[in-house]
Design a binder for this molecule. Sequence first.
Ligand code: ADP
Length: 427
Amino acid sequence: MFNRSRRNLAHWFTLSMGSILILFAGVVYYQRAVDCLEVTDRLLYRKTGVMAANIDYRSEQGQEVVDLSNVPILGNYAPPVGSNLVYARWYSATGTLRQFYGMQPPEQLQYTAVFETLRPNAVSDNAQDTAQWLRQLTLPVTHNGRRLGYLQVAVPLTEARADLHELLRVLLLAVPLTLGGIGLVGWCLSGLAMRPIRESYNQLQRFTSDASHELRAPLAAILSNAQVGLLSPIEAGQPKHLRLEKIAAAAKSMNTLVSDLLFLARQAGRLDPTSLQPVNLNGLLKDTIVTAPVQLAAQHLTLHLALPDEPILIHGNADLLRQALTNLLINACKYTQAGGTVWLRLIGQYHRTVIQVEDTGIGIPASDLPHIFERFYRVDEERTRETGGSGLGLAIAQQIVEAHGGRLTATSIVGEGSLFQIELPLL
Ligand code: ADP
């Protein structure tokens, strides 16, 4: 139970911290991408601005002429060494191509957004040209409020992308490593958090165990005194005799209750693997069904036992398993009217073994089913008063089954009967 809670705590801690970490890594990556783009855009704008500043505009014989001869790259000058422009284009005010440098452009201006990122295949059909991502600036050039044309320039995004790839590589390495670290810290922290809970639980267990143990001695004394009193020559039916009988019955039921509590307090958690022995379940079921308490409870019923031909072996504690089975069988008999039937079945399956206790009894309402394994839970006081019982039988059975690494489940239909099923791992 504690290990499961510790695992859950560590799990949730890792999950929440991990989500924050991944979110943070995402924000860092996004911010870096935005920064890279900003740097590229600034550079691109500066270069395009220098080119635009060198465009001349004059009127020749009534005609307006745009002179690009002084424009770096597009004009008569060779592109400066170290210039990383992929292309530069000049389009007229109507969007028709006039001059270009670099890869073959479309005749008509296509992109009018100022800044644009072009995917490799959006640039050209030529495979060689398409190998890189580009950042393109289309700058409208005006003179005295009149539009002269458009200057379109592009630079590669290779450096920015390499930068981002590097960051991604670092993040992909750092995030899982940090997550592992967080998981480890979570495990240690949840261990620390569980310590006081475990201590107070152990204290409670010790208290229940000690109290039950201390109660046993005076109870045994009351019971034996009452029984001795019953042996002395007082006539049956006399008030004194009846009182003694009542004292003996109360002491007996308190004795059972105290023994049950003691059992629950002592038998917590998984069984020590060294205390487990191979148990032949076929033999165990046969033995259990003929024990005196079961036979007494099944007096007015038909009790069926169904065993497989092959013996089924598990690792377990035979006494504890017998106790769990007895509790289920006595319940089945207790809550089944005279003339009813109770089945005890053993079924071997591929990876587990199943023991079923089924009856044709009064059944359990669906609203009570989830609670019947709780300590001291009784379906209704009315039926318990008739049958007796402290509400610990199923809690004990469940504790034993879980101590063996198994599972105890119940299904029931009111008025038709109940089926209790024990699933145990195989040897
Ligand atoms: P008790 O000792 O009171 O029988 P248990 O823990 O064994 O306590 O059972 C809890 C409750 O579950 C009982 O009060 C009873 O009403 C119900 N119950 C258990 N087994 C059966 C069954 N086979 N058929 C009907 N009701 C059952």
